[in-house]
Design a protein around this ligand. Structure first.
Ligand SMILES: Cc1ncc(COP(=O)(O)O)c(C=O)c1O
Ligand SMILES: Nc1c(O)cccc1C(=O)C[C@H](N)C(=O)O
Length: 410
């Protein structure tokens, strides 16, 4: 261990204003001991401590005793908009623009079809859906189907080349804000402005940015955005995703999944469809109430938390991790896929090595939990709400031990 780096970690932890938030999470894992370092919050966020009690109350009281009355009296029916409004400030959206529900995949479908329809689509000679070539797979699959259904075709484009690819034929653009594999952050204001200059609406996938850095959806006039809540928003496995539709776009949003929950008068049970106004238009069917209310409770950890402070700590953590890796790991053993420039970095560090799968198994066996993404990426996600600098120094030190073939201590 480097005494200097350990001392620096202790100093940074002592100065960290967000350090106290760690107590809001259950991070003890009996099998790994308290010393486990959890760096996989970019796949599944940790459990906020208040969630189990709230969920038990929902099950026992709201479902167990109130039963059907809970749709109204416990606020179940309006939970998707209420939870959407809690997510909104974290992604730079005003109230009434975000609705929680369904999965990210389903919301990508609603948003891409909605964007093509908004642009006029092939009838206006706009028949290309541009999708970033490095996208998380589900977005590409769904966009492909959405394009076929709307008479368009998908064009995969490297985000850096989007400027040249955009034009009069662009019907919609779908981009991941942070690349799930490399942790590269894309220029949301610049790419959005370029799409608008070409007359095309844009859809951003915020899965790897929401809760880790400021997004500014309203400010940059993004038409649509989607994201999951089980990563940096800590909503739990399979927690509802969300859909953002810009306020002035909402009246024209023509959802391809006009379920009864998005009807202006759902309990009128009429055969004709009249869409509701506002964020409600993004709903489809009956929401998953248990997961929805677990998410609502999980979002309480954000009370009083400034997303700007979260971003500052995220960058400090990833900088410090790189500094420690540099100090501990012999040169040439790893290469960093995450950009050094802060403006291009999300909240994870991706390190490449040929035996990445085996290295990650070694790390997990020693209590440092990141993940492996094929073919050669070690991913380390940094969740500023519960990750500290001593954790970070330890993760880099254990990584060096694993790479050096040091056996697991028993
Ligand atoms: C960028 C991105 N989009 C979409 C998804 C998947 O969404 P879901 O499986 O929740 O539909 C993920 C992660 O699973 C992701 O990282
Ligand atoms: N959604 C996941 C799941 O259901 C199981 C395991 C992992 C996930 C993930 O979220 C993966 C994640 N989006 C990634 O960036 O790789």
């Amino acid at each position: 261990m480097s005494e200097a780096l350990a001392a620096k970690a202790a100093r940074l932890d002592a100065e960290d204003e967000l350090a106290k938030l760690r107590d809001r999470f259950a991070l003890e894992t009996p099998s790994e001991g308290n010393a486990a370092v959890y760096l996989d919050g970019n796949s599944l966020g940790a459990l906020p401590r208040n969630v189990p009690e709230r969920l038990a109350e929902v099950v026992a009281h709201e479902w167990g005793r109130m039963r059907i009355r809970s749709w109204e009296e416990s606020g179940w029916w309006t939970a998707p908009e209420r939870v959407g409004d809690r997510i909104a400030p974290l992604i730079g959206a005003g109230p009434g623009r975000v609705v929680a529900g369904d999965s990210t995949s389903v919301n990508v479908f609603k948003a891409v079809v909605g964007a093509v329809r908004l642009s006029g689509g092939p009838e206006q000679d706009r028949d290309e859906v541009l999708v970033d070539a490095t996208t998380f797979p589900t977005d590409g699959y769904i966009a492909g189907s959405a394009a076929r259904m709307t008479g368009c075709r998908v064009r995969a484009v490297e985000p850096a080349a989007l400027g040249e690819a955009l034009g009069g034929r662009t019907a919609a653009v779908l981009v991941n804000h942070v690349d799930y594999r490399t942790g590269r952050l894309y220029d949301l204001p610049g790419i959005t402005a370029a799409a608008h200059a070409a007359g095309a609406p844009i859809v951003w996938d915020l899965c790897h940015s929401a809760g880790a850095l400021p997004v500014g959806l309203d400010e940059h006039r993004v038409e649509f955005a989607v994201g999951c809540t089980y990563k940096y928003l800590n909503g739990g496995p399979g927690a509802p995703a969300y859909l953002y539709v810009r306020e002035d776009v909402q009246p024209a949003f023509d959802s391809p999944l006009p379920g009864w929950n998005s009807h202006a008068d759902p309990f009128g049970m009429t055969s004709g469809y009249t869409p509701a106004d506002g964020a409600v238009r993004g709903r489809v069917g009956t929401p998953d109430i248990l997961s929805m209310l677990a998410l609502e409770a999980a979002l309480e950890v954000w009370d009083g938390v400034d997303i700007g402070a979260v971003r500052a700590k995220s960058l400090a953590l990833t900088d410090f991790f790189l500094e420690c890796v540099d100090a501990y790991v012999p040169g040439g053993r790893l290469s960093c896929a995450t950009p050094a420039a802060h403006a291009e970095r999300g909240s994870q560090i991706a390190l490449r090595c040929d035996d990445a799968g085996e290295v990650m198994r070694g790390l997990v066996a020693r209590g440092v939990v990141g993940d492996f993404r094929p073919p050669d990426v070690l991913r380390f996600g940094f969740t500023p709400l519960y990750t500290g600098f001593a954790d970070t120094e330890r993760a880099a030190r254990v990584l060096a031990d694993v790479l050096a073939g040091v056996p697991v201590a028993r």
